[in-house]
Design a protein. Structure first.
Length: 378
């Protein structure tokens, strides 16, 4: 079997709010076609037009090669070989950032393709399920009115997640305003109840270690499972001090690419929870390397995913196959503002009573709605 083409398609929801904290408004799907008629599907959370341009651009020289020229003609089942070949043949511009995002989308598609070829779900190809079921946490859409806690809407979202049986939920409502932040977290905890894990996304709102430390101390009484992205990810010294002194787990890593950057985050930053985004970090192959390293350091891995069901399904398969992954992020369709999250897939694994059993369908177990692809592509 040989790869015959790679096609990147940019998709945009009918309405885009460029000021929204919502990267699921648009996406780029990457399809890998073969001479046996099997197609693998991947996705990455990065600027769609940039990803497409990177995939379609011609070669310049031996370490700035065309992605298509590197990959077309290869056996798609040689996933590790293709990953390394892409990394080294595009490394002048691609060893971090967008170049690795492209590798991640391709890698995700290759795992989907391999599962379809072997007639097996991806989690089985990754080494088998390490648990009876995976636990998605409900990731709630941001409200973030800096002047007001939108009480009715927040309570409705939290109550909906609880009614669907989710065992954990995360909300992005911290704005570096002490009274407002305490009010919103208190309301979320009261609505969720004591038995639900509550995760807090600070979205880089605190400017330095001291500010973050004081704020987290104020929020400890609400027993958050973790505080995500309390500081800029490059502030390794601040993250390290925060992780050492806080009684709450510190989580970060959504923007990082490659295991090399996660080694730095874990060893220098000292985080308790590593959060690779499967597509952005370099795909399932690289996420596995991160999980293995994190496991040696006693660190949990909980993948970031604010995207369509394609990436969510990849996170599910990763979670099932990873022993130190207690949860994975799940953007709830019924609450999400994204048209693509709601409509892009005809079929995807869905939670029942807050749990997802290991899927039986081959590959990622998803089916694209090509009517929506036609409607939303540009």
């Amino acid at each position: 079997m040989k790869i015959t083409n790679i096609v990147a398609t940019c998709l945009y929801s009918p309405e885009i709010n460029e000021n929204a904290s919502d990267s699921a408004q648009d996406t780029v799907i990457v399809e890998i076609h073969t001479d046996e008629g099997i197609t693998g599907i991947g996705e990455v959370d990065a600027p769609p037009s940039v990803i497409k341009s990177y995939i379609d651009m011609p070669s310049s020289h031996d370490i700035s090669m065309s992605v298509k020229k590197v990959v077309v003609g290869e056996n798609p089942l040689d996933i590790e070989r293709i990953w390394k070949k892409l990394y080294f043949r595009t490394m002048m511009a691609g060893r971090r950032g967008i170049g690795v995002n492209v590798i991640g989308a391709i890698d995700m598609a290759l795992w989907d393709l391999a599962g379809k070829h072997y007639g097996e779900p991806v989690w089985r190809l990754l080494g088998g399920s390490q648990k009876e079921y995976a636990l998605p946490y409900a990731s709630l859409p941001t409200l973030q009115d800096p002047d007001d806690v939108q009480e009715k809407l927040l309570k409705r979202q939290v109550s909906f997640a609880r009614s669907r049986g989710f065992k954990a939920m995360k909300f992005e409502e911290l704005v570096n305003s002490r009274d407002r932040d305490i009010e919103s977290v208190s309301l979320a905890r009261e609505t969720a109840g004591k038995d639900m894990d509550l995760m807090l996304d600070a979205y880089y709102c605190w400017p330095d270690f001291r500010t973050a430390s004081i704020a987290i101390r104020d929020l400890e009484k609400f027993k958050p499972y973790f505080v995500e992205t309390p500081l800029q990810v490059d502030d390794m010294e601040g993250l390290s001090k925060l992780s050492r002194t806080s009684n709450v787990r510190i989580a970060s890593g959504e923007l990082l690419t490659t295991a090399h950057e996660f080694v730095d985050l874990i060893d220098r930053g000292g985080v308790d929870i590593a959060q690779p985004d499967i597509g952005r970090v370099g795909g399932l192959s690289e996420a596995r390397r991160i999980a293995d390293y994190a496991g040696l350091r006693g660190v949990q891995v909980i993948p970031h995913c604010w995207k369509t069901g394609i990436s969510i399904s990849a996170s599910l398969h990763f979670c099932l196959a990873t022993s130190n992954c207690p949860y994975f992020e799940f953007l709830v369709k019924e609450l999400a503002p994204s048209y693509l999250r709601l409509k892009l897939l005809k079929r995807e694994p869905e939670p029942i009573d807050g749990k997802i059993q290991p899927p039986k369908l081959p590959g990622l177990g998803i089916e694209l709605n090509y009517d929506v692809v036609e409607e939303c592509k540009r």
